[in-house]
Design a binder for this molecule. Structure first.
Ligand code: SAM
Length: 206
């Protein structure tokens, strides 16, 4: 699988702090998750979480039911090493999000930063949306962040699709209501700026 070997190569050759998407704290994501109002026992998945520090901050804030899914074993291994013993409380899934066998009606919160924008074919995007539809609980919360429409056209050397909030919501369609969206200027470790858009949607309750 070409994409898997790309990501294994990235995470095996660079420290997590040296990739363009690195954030010391995923503050936008954390704020949006907190603002959903879900309890600390809520089931949260970080889809394509890579070596993100979001899981560290979720644990530090008391969230106790966290799944991190990523295509790259090396990314998950880096996060496990960083977390040490507290990482044992996390469910780790090495899987492709477009064909992962996720449980049905399982997650209160679905989070994705900088993964959906790599899905350049309609088939991949439809498979992703099917996974969200199936595995997020009725009334569950969906937070997806991609490069914004004025963001870069490549990430990690791969082509991406840039979205407006409306365009991103349209990919998910009627079962999801767009409740909030915001932009972020992400400062990369190299001092460049990347425009992100964050969309917060709610899945219909029935
Ligand atoms: C730009 S990184 C973002 C990582 C993390 N979300 C963050 O914000 O730091 C993209 C991540 O998506 C993962 N990824 C790419 N395609 C994927 C797929 N089809 N299924 C699961 N993970 C994927 C990569 O391994 C990588 O960790």
């Amino acid at each position: 699988m070409q994409s898997k070997s790309h990501w294994e190569q990235v995470y095996s050759t660079k420290p997590p702090t040296a990739v363009s998407w690195f954030q010391e704290h995923a503050q936008h994501s954390l704020n949006l998750i907190r603002d959903t109002g879900v309890p600390l026992s809520a089931s949260i998945i970080d889809a394509g979480g890579g070596a993100s520090t979001l899981v560290d901050d979720l644990l530090a804030n008391g969230y106790s039911n966290i799944t991190v899914l990523d295509l790259s074993a090396a990314a998950l291994a880096a996060t496990k090493v960083r977390l040490g013993a507290i990482g044992k409380a996390v469910r780790w899934l090495e899987s492709d999000i477009t064909n992962a066998s996720l449980p049905t009606d399982a997650y209160d919160v679905w989070h994705d930063r900088a993964v959906f924008h790599f899905l350049t074919s309609p088939e991949e995007r439809q498979a992703y949306v099917r996974a969200v539809l199936r595995s997020v609980k009725p009334g569950g919360h969906v937070i997806v962040a991609t490069f914004a429409d004025d963001g870069p056209t490549q990430c990690s050397g791969l082509p991406v699709i840039c979205y407006s909030a409306g365009g991103l919501h349209a990919e998910f369609g009627a079962p999801f209501t767009l409740l909030r969206h915001e932009k972020e200027e992400h400062l990369t470790p190299f001092g460049t700026v990347q425009q992100f858009v964050y969309c917060y949607c709610r899945k219909a309750s029935s």
